[in-house]
Write a protein that binds this ligand. Structure first.
Ligand SMILES: [Ca+2]
Ligand SMILES: [Ca+2]
Ligand SMILES: [Ca+2]
Length: 249
């Protein structure tokens, strides 16, 4: 009898927790495939997540790398293969200089730079030039990085990064692996600032229109759902869970 009471109490508690507790996070398993994706088709600009991240590296102490004129476009050029680091390259005077980059993982890599100078990525094994998937200027307050290019690279391949000539013969480069700093955005169909947990994109690009980083909107229906969201005041007696906390009052 006691056991039955315990079971009944447990069931009631469970129901209560379901009704009052925070909404469950959307399962992430369906998004795993996106985690190893290359740069999204149609992406025209990287998002602030990765740019801000790269800027923080540029604002910290950098590794100094001296590049000689005789070592350009050769696989024996100095390596800058550690990601999440800023490299301060001393390029040959008035000439191009090279460093090498060996990615640990296959995927999209962004090379942030302090100057818009000639920048070419060459496959060290085939000597073929690797086309950039995206190139654009960087605009971020207080950041010395002004330019970025993205390339789809293969793990274990030695790539040669040829840069310059550069003003002052100095160029800071910050390599970034896009998968490390992608941001998840949730669809906000009713425009109330809160997104639908079950409709999201994980992207290195700028925030898609109609999406937000806020989630837990329990009614994202355009029009009627706009007044229903976690920031709304709960109104008793209207039969609606206005603030999405699982209860109507
Ligand atoms: Ca919404
Ligand atoms: Ca809503
Ligand atoms: Ca209500």
């Amino acid at each position: 009898m006691l056991k039955m009471k315990r079971i009944a109490l447990g069931a009631l508690l469970s129901l209560g927790l379901t009704a009052c507790g925070p909404m469950e996070e959307a399962p992430e398993s369906s998004f795993e495939a996106q985690d190893s994706q290359e740069l999204e088709a149609g992406c025209t600009s990287l998002g602030t997540g990765i740019t801000t991240h790269a800027c923080s590296h540029a604002g910290n102490p950098t590794d100094h790398v001296s590049v000689t004129a005789s070592a350009t476009r050769v696989t024996s050029a100095p390596a800058i293969s550690t990601k999440h680091k800023a490299y301060d390259l001393a390029l040959p005077s008035g000439a191009e200089g090279s460093v090498t980059y060996v990615p640990a993982t296959t995927g999209s890599y962004a090379f942030y730079r302090t100057q818009n100078v000639a920048f070419t990525v060459v496959n060290g094994a085939t000597s073929a030039t690797v086309p950039s998937a995206l190139t654009h200027t960087v605009s971020s307050s207080g950041c010395s990085l002004t330019y970025v290019s993205v390339y789809d690279l293969t793990a274990g391949t030695t790539y040669i990064l040829a840069a310059g000539p550069a003003s002052g013969n100095a160029l800071t480069v910050v390599p970034e692996f896009l998968n490390d700093t992608r941001t998840r955005y949730y669809q906000d169909a009713d425009g109330d600032g809160y997104g639908n947990n079950s409709v999201s994109v994980l992207t290195a690009c700028t925030q898609p229109s109609g999406y937000t980083t806020q989630r837990f909107d329990c009614n994202d229906t355009p029009g009627s759902g706009a007044s229903i969201h976690p920031g709304a005041a709960e109104i008793c007696g209207n039969g609606i869970d206005d603030n999405c906390d699982g209860s109507q009052c």
